[in-house]
Design a protein around this ligand. Structure first.
Ligand code: C2E
Ligand code: MG
Ligand code: MG
Ligand code: MG
Length: 284
């Protein structure tokens, strides 16, 4: 699979910047005085179905190319934007940009878009999101929103209401980073979600700690019983993949398949994917 990694792959971030930019004040101040419509952009990372051998979705991952600060990772600027309240505006800019690209993709492929806690807490934000979904003209079933457990924790009922509004439009919901926080089996069946994404922290332990594989199996089985899709995040090696196959994993996201790609990178990736499938078909 490593050979599927394509040229469009993301830019490298300097270590120096990473540390400097933990300064939320600076980030926030710069965000405010920036042309975000111009400077924010999106990379796309495939979620791959190893049973059907095809990509089912691309996750939209935000990047900020600031003339002043350089390339800023989402972990830094999303948090700053959440604190200052700029996040709602940023979400809308990113969502518009992400959905514009989906038009060109094969119809079975979805877009997965990360929402922040703040987005779920504001009914205006949800209304704006719904409007962008409608304006995009896309089949809403091709749009999936990823939310984290933390987003659910702060106000469970309010978050459920927001998610149900998105679901009633036809959009799908995925629970992101499952297992990284306060995962509670007591509420999982009450969540309006279609998919669970198992956090990379489990994958990292797969090789050294045999129990990690058992835990992943348990979550995969739970998902099967609840009729939820289950994606494993952050798969980097063939060894990890082999261990995941042993326990029935089906949907995989990680550098082993592809790094986050530019929109052009996605086109090349999809050409290669359909090309490969085609040549398999003609061989048969
Ligand atoms: P996430 O939603 O859990 O996204 C997965 C992160 O893991 C991405 O980091 C991705 O580049 C990285 N990743 C994917 N495969 C691998 C792998 O094999 N190994 C390793 N080490 N990492 C892998 P990224 O792009 O830096 O995003 C970090 C987080 O920022 C995301 O975590 C998400 O919570 C947040 N984020 C990204 N884009 C947005 C956005 O548009 N809106 C909001 N609200 N949050 C966003
Ligand atoms: Mg995500
Ligand atoms: Mg995640
Ligand atoms: Mg994460």
């Amino acid at each position: 699979y490593a050979k599927q990694n394509l040229r469009g792959a993301a830019v490298v971030f300097s270590q120096k910047h990473e540390t400097e930019l933990r300064d939320f004040g600076l980030i926030d101040q710069t965000l405010r005085s920036s042309d975000l419509e111009q400077e924010l952009f999106i990379l796309f990372q495939p979620q791959y179905d190893i049973v059907e051998n095809r990509t089912i979705s691309f996750e939209a991952l935000a990047r900020w190319n600031s003339p002043k600060l350089g390339l800023v990772r989402p972990d830094a600027f999303i948090k700053a934007a959440e604190r200052s309240g700029l996040i709602s505006q940023i979400t809308l800019i990113l969502l518009r940009k992400a959905l514009a690209v989906v038009q060109d993709w094969p119809e079975h492929i979805r877009i997965s878009f990360n929402l922040s806690t703040r987005d779920l807490r504001s009914s205006t934000a949800i209304a704006d999101i719904c409007e962008i979904v409608r304006d995009s003209g896309l089949d809403p079933r091709r749009i999936e929103f990823e939310i984290t457990e933390t987003a659910m924790l702060s106000d469970f009922d309010q978050a459920c209401e927001a998610l149900n509004r998105l679901k009633s439009m036809g959009c799908r919901i995925a629970l992101d980073d499952f297992g990284s926080g306060y995962s509670s089996f007591s509420y999982i069946h009450r969540l309006p979600v279609n998919k669970i994404k198992i956090d990379r922290s489990f994958v990292v332990q797969l090789v050294k700690h045999p129990t990690a594989q058992k835990i992943i199996k348990t979550i995969i089985d739970l998902c099967k019983n609840l009729h939820l899709d289950c994606v494993i995040e952050g798969v980097e090696t063939e060894t990890e993949l082999a261990k995941l196959k042993q326990v029935g994993a089906r949907y995989i996201q990680g550098f082993l398949f592809s790094k986050p790609l530019t929109a052009d990178g996605v086109d090349e990736y999809l050409e290669r994917e359909t090309g490969t499938r085609h040549s398999h078909a003609t061989e048969a």
